[in-house]
Design a protein around this ligand. Structure first.
Ligand SMILES: [Zn+2]
Length: 317
């Protein structure tokens, strides 16, 4: 993605240590669901919670594949990996050809669907490709963190009856520029899917589009993005505050170009949860230093649980 600092709105980062939260009773219940058929489980009345160790394991396995740019062997391996985990989740594959400055490249969005009882759709998305041409780049945070966290969200949602809207998890492809970030050399997957969903009449059913990007940094500071929808950011803040995680959210305001933009242009309420301060002055971003040792399972847990709590709040509105 492309970010621009808004220095006028920029405030110093909080120096306080990370908030700790003890597991709630609901977490204990949903981490250890009663045995028996899923159909006999009571509907989830409290927000679900992620398993941070399992989330980190997904990220580790994704990163172990190596570089995953579009058109690469690593990308094909990751596609197979996603399929193997999501085959029971009403998986839809949205394959298309990206017209890039280096020619036509195959690309593919993955959509896993968790149906709810209410009309409407809540989307949680993240991109899964890595930058196009950089040797030794494994992209632990960009985009291993969002790829793995979405797999953990699928694990948390799977087999649980939903009282609220349907939740669709979307692994977007080809977010990264192939040569240099421009309006036409970037966001290939999200531009394609937003257009397809507009054509199919899906965009008007979407209550909220939540995007996660670069969410694994051990020093987690989610920025407040000015291209996101204010009321949805307020809902995210409310969710973070309910969980005691508010010190990780919105201390700094910046403007981010990311996969939420094509959906925002289609009239969808969007929120990009991104920590665009990865190492001092974002020094690890798009470098071979974007490695697993910079990440923390706690950060995946914070963002994952805030996303699930946000969905829970949206369910009631
Ligand atoms: Zn990137």
């Amino acid at each position: 993605m492309l970010g621009a600092l808004n220095l006028g709105a920029c405030r110093p980062k909080p120096a306080t240590p990370k908030a700790e939260i003890s597991p709630s009773a609901a977490e204990a219940i949903f981490e250890n669901p009663p045995t028996g058929s899923m159909a006999s489980l009571p509907p989830a009345k409290a927000a679900l919670r992620v398993n941070s160790a399992r989330a980190m394991q997904y990220v580790r396995e994704v990163v172990a594949i190596g570089p995953r740019p579009i058109g690469s062997a690593g990308h094909r391996k990751l596609e197979a990996y996603l399929r193997s985990h999501l085959h029971s989740d009403q998986l839809e594959e949205d394959g298309f050809t990206a017209a890039t400055p280096v020619g036509a490249l195959p690309a593919r969005n993955f959509i896993a669907k968790f149906p709810g009882k209410k009309e409407g759709i809540i989307v949680v998305a993240g991109h899964y490709d890595t930058i196009y041409s950089l040797n030794n780049y494994v992209g632990a945070n960009d985009s291993g963190s969002s790829t793995g966290l979405l797999l953990e969200l699928a694990s948390a949602l799977r087999g649980k009856p939903r009282e609220g809207e349907s939740v669709w998890l979307v692994w977007l492809d080809a977010e990264e520029a192939v040569r240099q970030w421009t309006a036409t050399d970037s966001l290939y997957g999200s531009r394609h899917l937003a257009e397809k969903w507009q054509h199919e009449g899906t965009t008007k059913k979407i209550k909220a589009f939540l995007l996660a990007d670069m969410v694994g940094d051990a020093d987690l500071n989610i920025d407040r993005d000015q291209n996101s929808t204010p009321w949805l950011l307020d809902t995210v803040r409310e969710a973070a505050t309910r969980l005691g995680y508010q010190s990780h959210f919105f201390a700094r305001t910046i403007t981010i170009e990311d996969d939420h933009l094509p959906f925002a242009r289609a009239g969808v309420a969007v929120a990009d949860l991104i920590d665009f301060d990865y190492g001092y002055n974002n020094v690890f971003w798009h470098t071979p230093q974007d490695t697993l040792d910079k990440l923390s399972p706690k950060s995946l847990e914070i963002v994952g649980n805030v996303l699930l709590e946000t969905i829970h709040l949206l369910d009631g509105r």
